[in-house]
Design a protein around this ligand. Structure first.
Ligand SMILES: Nc1ncnc2c1ncn2[C@@H]1O[C@H](COP(=O)(O)OP(=O)(O)O)[C@@H](O)[C@H]1O
Ligand SMILES: O=P(O)(O)OC[C@H]1O[C@](O)(COP(=O)(O)O)[C@@H](O)[C@@H]1O
Ligand SMILES: [Mg+2]
Length: 327
């Protein structure tokens, strides 16, 4: 028989992402709208284990829609990886009368959520919040659009100085195991090439690309490097290229955590609002162990198992387009 939850909890986990606040707001307001009790858990799974709970109401989430970060704070919790940690987490939920949980996070958070939900037969829904966009079951994750906008704002600035000095810049963007941020920012910023885990770039290919640029009289260039690429770290790549092209002035810039902050874009605010409502409505119709996502403009619920194990799709057409446009 379908058990409808009466008291929902929400937490943010893993790397923070712009738009997480908008998602929390949407969860809290829709829970209130449907007459449910709603509790915020601070510090992700660490707060779940420590009992760091706070009951929320619709006014608790005012003025956060446009704020980066997450007011509930986030954490990476080693204790939640242990059965003892998860037992403590369950005891705290049970003691507080919470009967459903919404986890806003990425692949790691959903792996933990799946294990916890199975261990304790606890109803859990995920909301994809990560700048990496590395989840199957949603076209965009919350934060990805803002992060790429931040990245291209920075790369545009690098472009100015690269052009003044006829330099080659290697720019590292985030993406622990994926090239989504790299590919999208490369296209938007007109980068000469992009090195990411999905395209197995070789040193030979890089040499060929730089030679081609020289022949086509492109004297200032940007190559976007995803941190998770398989060729090597950005300094190794730079040293190799310096050896091959001693006449080129080659510089390295690492954008790093800049990409994780800032006010969310309209796209991320709207996506977070849709997904926060979808998560609560999903719980109310009995969905469990699934992630709410938007694919082709439609809300869909994908089992955690698929969301974390199936590969999020990098569109090879974008790689082809970038090659054509940087001739
Ligand atoms: N195999 C696992 N078992 C239990 N918890 C996990 C597991 N993998 C990840 N988690 C929990 O999820 C948290 C967030 O995962 P992480 O990979 O850091 O971020 P994200 O969710 O953004 O991908 C981890 O710190 C840990 O507490
Ligand atoms: O902030 P930290 O802990 O240094 O982690 C950096 C990692 O987090 C990310 O920014 C986001 O990844 P997650 O959302 O999976 O946590 C990655 O791109 C990056 O590799
Ligand atoms: Mg992740």
């Amino acid at each position: 028989m379908l058990k409808i939850p009466s008291h929902i909890a929400v937490l943010t986990s893993g790397g923070d992402a712009p738009g997480m606040n908008a998602a929390i707001r949407a969860v809290v307001r829709s829970a209130v709208y449907y007459g449910k009790k709603i509790t915020g858990i601070y510090n992700g799974y660490e707060g779940l284990i420590n009992g760091n709970f706070q009951e929320l109401n619709s006014r608790s989430v005012k003025y956060i829609l446009n704020q980066g970060g997450t007011f509930l704070k986030s954490a990476r919790s080693d204790r939640f990886r242990t059965p003892e940690g998860r037992k403590q987490a369950y005891d705290n939920l049970a003691k507080t009368g919470i009967d459903a949980l919404i986890v806003i996070g990425g692949d790691g958070s959903f792996t933990g959520a799946k294990i916890f939900s199975e261990e304790y037969d606890f109803q859990v829904i995920g909301v994809p919040g990560t700048i990496d966009n590395d989840l199957y079951g949603t076209d965009f994750t919350i934060g990805y659009d803002t992060a790429t906008n931040t990245a291209i704002e920075c790369i545009d600035k690098i472009r100015d100085t690269a052009s003044s000095h006829d330099r080659l810049f290697l720019v590292e963007v985030m993406g622990r195991d994926s090239g989504f941020i790299a590919l999208r920012s490369a296209i938007a910023a007109g980068a000469l090439d992009v090195i990411m885990p999905e395209n197995d770039t070789t040193y030979d290919h890089l040499v060929e690309t730089i030679n081609r640029a020289g022949k086509n009289k492109k004297f200032s260039n940007i190559i976007v490097v995803a941190e998770g690429n398989k060729l090597g770290n950005i300094f190794e790549i730079s040293n190799f290229l310096k050896g091959k092209f001693p006449h080129l002035d080659i510089k390295v810039t690492i954008l790093g955590h800049l990409q994780r902050g800032g006010s969310p874009t309209v796209y991320d605010r709207v996506l977070a609002s849709k997904l926060g409502v979808a998560a609560v409505e999903g719980l109310l119709i009995g969905r469990n162990k699934v992630m709410a996502g938007v694919m082709h403009q439609q809300i869909i619920y994908t089992p955690f198992e698929e969301a974390i194990t199936r590969k999020a799709y990098i569109n090879p057409e974008l790689i082809r387009i970038n090659k054509i446009l940087t001739i």
